[in-house]
Design a protein around this ligand. Structure first.
Ligand SMILES: CSC[C@H]1O[C@H](OP(=O)(O)O)[C@H](O)[C@@H]1O
Ligand SMILES: Nc1ncnc2[nH]cnc12
Length: 294
């Protein structure tokens, strides 16, 4: 089986408040066609410090796509088609812990997926696959993010559990208390099934959760409001752009597939007998799973 091509290309999925990044050489917004439908927007490609980058605003420029309507499969497939090997997700989140104050960046290492109205796999009838998700993020990319956040002086925490709710409404007080009792650290609406699909597509995935608010459990923050979130978002967004610029140089020169196994996640995942596989689905998976099916 062929290895994915290297050197790496960094894909950035910009969440709420992060709709573009500046300073790229040869910056071009390009439409990428995907057999899984329309991505959230065109993708900004270019290079930074010699590293090829591809940036996708998760909700589209102008924030037009709500969490449940995001075409996560098209987004991940389109990034894969552009040669992205590592995805850095930046997301706005609410805090479920007193010590994670607004402005803190959490390098997420676990998720609890409470979404229920989303398509969660590239695979399906005629081609069944089960990838491992015990460790849903890439430790190597996480190391690069950790070093970059330290370099730019943003308060951050390594490790934390992100509860992914369906939304678009914020949580009830009972839900917020429940998630706290589970030991969750932050809450948002978008990182699942994104992380699962990145794993199926054999891409490293790291998530930086930028705290914008205390969720409604907090005695001083009875309601979560978009107005309050947007204020913090704007400050966080500048730090997110600085983060991308500090991460990029750390990926240059990598010449081998991810030692954590992200780039080989499908090696032992497909269970459907070769003679029973659906040729139409195999064709749609040319980018995502071409390494093992092609
Ligand atoms: C504007 S607050 C709610 C919104 O922000 C987060 O999205 P993203 O992860 O793309 O930054 C959250 O999950 C909600 O979709
Ligand atoms: N409190 C919250 N709940 C869910 N998603 C969020 N995104 C930002 N803050 C949030």
């Amino acid at each position: 089986m062929a290895d994915p091509s290297f050197p790496p290309r960094l894909g950035i999925i910009g969440g709420s408040g992060v709709y573009d990044i500046d300073g790229l050489e040869d910056a071009t917004w390009q439409r990428v066609e995907s057999p899984f439908g329309e991505p959230s927007d065109e993708i900004l490609t270019g290079t930074y410090a010699g590293l090829p980058l591809a940036f996708l605003p998760r909700h589209g420029r102008g924030h037009v796509v709500p969490p449940s309507d995001l075409n996560f499969r098209a987004n991940i497939d389109a990034l894969k088609r552009l040669g992205v090997t590592e995805i850095l997700s930046v997301s706005a989140v609410g805090s479920l812990k007193e010590e994670l104050a607004p402005g803190t960046f959490v390098i997420v290492d676990q998720f609890i997926d409470r979404t229920f109205a989303r398509v969660k796999s590239f695979f399906g009838q005629g081609l069944v696959a089960h990838v491992g998700m015990a460790h849903p993020v890439c430790g190597r990319l996480g190391d690069a993010v950790d070093g970059a956040l330290a370099e730019i002086g943003v308060p951050h925490v390594r490790g934390g559990t992100y509860l992914v709710m369906e939304g678009p409404q914020f949580s009830t007080l009972a839900e917020s208390e429940l998630y706290r009792s589970w030991g969750c650290d932050v809450i948002g609406m978008t990182n699942m099934p994104e992380a699962k699909l990145a794993r199926e597509a054999e891409m490293c995935y790291a998530s930086v959760a930028m705290v914008t608010d205390y969720d409604c459990w907090h005695p001083d923050h009875d309601h979560v409001t978009v107005d309050a979130i947007v204020k913090v978002l704007l400050e966080n967004a500048d730090n997110a752009r600085a983060l991308v610029k500090a991460v990029a140089p750390r990926l240059i020169g990598r010449a081998e597939p991810c030692p954590k196994g992200c780039h080989r996640a499908l090696d032992a995942a497909i269970i459907t007998a070769p003679e029973k596989r659906d040729p139409a689905l195999i064709a749609r998976l040319d980018a995502v799973a071409g390494r093992v099916l092609g």
